[in-house]
Design a protein around this ligand. Sequence first.
Ligand code: GLN
Length: 392
Amino acid sequence: MSWLGRSKLPDVGTTIFTVMSRRAQQLGAINLGQGFPDYEIDPLLVELVARAMRDGHNQYAPMEGLPTLRERIAAKLAASYGLQFDPQSEITVTLGATEAIYSGIQAVAGPGDEVIAFDPAYDAYEPAVRLAGARCIRLPLLAPQFRYDWDQVRAALSERTRLILINSPHNPACTVATTQDLQTLAELIRGRDITVLSDEVYEHMVFDGRRHASVLAHPELRLRSLAVFSFGKTLHATGLRIGYGVAPAALTTELRKVHQFNTFSIAHPLQQAIADYLRERPGTGGDLPAFFQAKRERLRAALDGGGLHLPPAQGTFFQLLDFAAIAPPGDVEFAERLLTEAGVASIPLSPFYAEPPPLSCVRLCIAKRDATLDAAAERLAAFAHRLARAGA
Ligand code: GLN
């Protein structure tokens, strides 16, 4: 048998997140790589999970998600965006946002179709497109600001284009799409048979007074989009693996056809607990901009200057670290040096490109205790100082 010889994803290895977390652990490094908090979650959620299990919510949940949870999600969407969604026909609970993305892609794209994604693209997108039998067209966001080049998108559109994958707030670029970006996208695909899959898992993490521009709030895009969200991010508990997809009823029907044979239904006690949590804490997510902006500022105050530059993240719980002043381009090499010489794990951006350009930044996760951020900043600053001196 030669499974490798017939691999459906011959060029895919273990994700950069897993690789970096493993190595950080082996080397005892501070892990600012893979995106997950290192602080305690709200004890209320812990209590509600235990209560849900004690109360017997331990058998299969309904395939599309617990009705009470979907109702609370609809209320949450109404509070966030002032929009009404039908929990019966437009909201589906999934195994993390990743499953919503995967199932959504399988539902919409197939052999002969093209799917457009923007580099740096989150690593789960293209494999899902290829497993669907479709072709992924990767278009670069324009560095160093990582903005869309809409002329390039227009030129890439064809009769075969079936799906466009967008992501805002953007992982790993830490930028946000503007309402003008969404308007331009809507105009470009008007009258064409193209669906939009919008990864909005960092919806609540936008800074400096910005407001998240959701495809759901765009009247045209809303009618042709699957928007994907994540409780793992919003509740500081990435291990929950509970997300949801919001889409018009006809698209939701297709999503659920795949979802029911992919994961069938999602952890019942966790869904019950999150539904209860949203009842107890109706403003969930509202405190995240201030919470993460303070972390961003803490890290920037400790690190910006002295050879390192931290262009303020517009959104997400990440922050880019620009090392152009102290080292040659090469983010993979620099991340390796940070890990082995500074004792800090980060994520290079190259793995998110089909054809990586020379890059001079790595991604740091700021969803960490202040003490973790301070300790990492100390190590990074000392390393930058050594490099700058060696270069001088
Ligand atoms: N979303 C997480 C990040 O960007 C990674 C999740 C994973 O490890 N697959 O860091």
